[in-house]
Design a protein around this ligand. Structure first.
Ligand SMILES: Nc1ncnc2c1ncn2[C@@H]1O[C@H](COP(=O)(O)OP(=O)(O)OP(=O)(O)O)[C@@H](O)[C@H]1O
Length: 267
């Protein structure tokens, strides 16, 4: 009995070990501060939801994790973010390599103007991940399967990615992210352009994906955060008000601001 408890405790500790650690992160767009001294741990193989009212800084904070903010001239990020123990803003960091480990899926599905196959094969080709044509085919098929799309497209891999439905296009983008073998997938409101059925498919998919990947999702939908995530972080006016396990945040939040948001009093 005692042994089982120890095993359980070890498994639990392992399951919640942080893969991303943000400390004292500030983000400015010019003189305007969008993120104020935010510290947050992202546990491995879990889904963390970033929630909060429009403009509170969720997407800005998400983009810090794979340095997508680098491409915005006015944007300055300071503080410390570690990925698997390495400072991702360190001088020697190869941003392209970082983004292959920390992939991203955007609000609006954005397939390349290429075939379904080539959309998924693109990343492995440019990152030199495939040893042969057969290996590349394997990667494409495995990625499409992991994204829950293969069965729907197996007989039309040569057709344009843009010929798919919105929900299928979003799963194609997830397959594209998976194809370069990331550890983390950042999702910025991935279902906001989708109908409830396509949304439910993606939510089920996320649940199965967390066995292999760590997911951080920005969502406007509190119901979605409650359905899919194990951890939730609530932002307001650029500050992290509170974070913790999703059930606690939604049933007994520690902060009044969180309570007001989840009960619809601010939004
Ligand atoms: N490229 C940019 N240039 C200048 N200001 C920006 C830029 N992107 C975001 N901001 C500002 O930073 C703040 C945070 O924006 P951000 O998009 O991160 O919030 P959000 O919580 O994701 O909002 P939403 O839920 O509406 O998408 C806002 O005040 C926004 O106007």
């Amino acid at each position: 009995m005692e042994k089982n408890n120890t095993e359980e405790a070890t498994a639990e500790t392992h399951a919640s070990a942080p893969i991303l650690i943000a400390r004292d992160v500030d983000v400015f767009y010019g003189k305007k501060q969008a993120i104020k001294n935010v510290s947050l741990d992202i546990p491995e193989n879990q889904i963390t939801a970033l929630i909060g009212p429009s403009g509170c800084g969720k997407s800005t904070f998400l983009r810090c994790f794979n340095r997508m903010n680098d491409s915005i001239d006015s944007c300055q990020v300071s503080g410390n973010i570690q990925f698997a123990g390495q400072d991702i803003y360190g001088p020697k960091v190869d941003v392209v390599a970082l983004r292959s480990r920390i992939g991203m899926v955007f609000q609006k599905a954005n397939p390349f103007p290429k075939s379904i196959f080539d959309n998924v094969a693109y990343g492995p080709r440019i990152h030199g991940l495939s040893e042969s044509k057969d290996h590349l085919e394997d990667i494409v098929i495995t990625s499409l399967r992991r994204a829950g799309l293969y069965d729907e497209v197996s007989d039309r891999l040569d057709e344009p990615g843009t010929s798919l439905s919105g929900g299928q296009q979003q799963r194609l983008c997830i397959a594209r992210a998976i194809a370069i073998d990331p550890q983390i997938i950042l999702m910025d409101e991935p279902c906001s352009a989708l109908d409830p059925i396509a949304t439910a498919i993606i939510e089920d998919l996320m649940d199965s994906m967390k066995e292999k990947y760590t997911i951080v999702i920005v969502t406007h939908s509190m119901q979605q955060a409650a359905r899919v995530s194990q951890q939730t972080a609530f932002f307001h006016l650029g500050e992290l008000v509170e974070s913790g396990d999703t059930e606690s945040i939604f049933t007994k939040p520690a902060q009044k601001q969180t309570q007001n948001y989840i009960s619809g009093r601010i939004g």
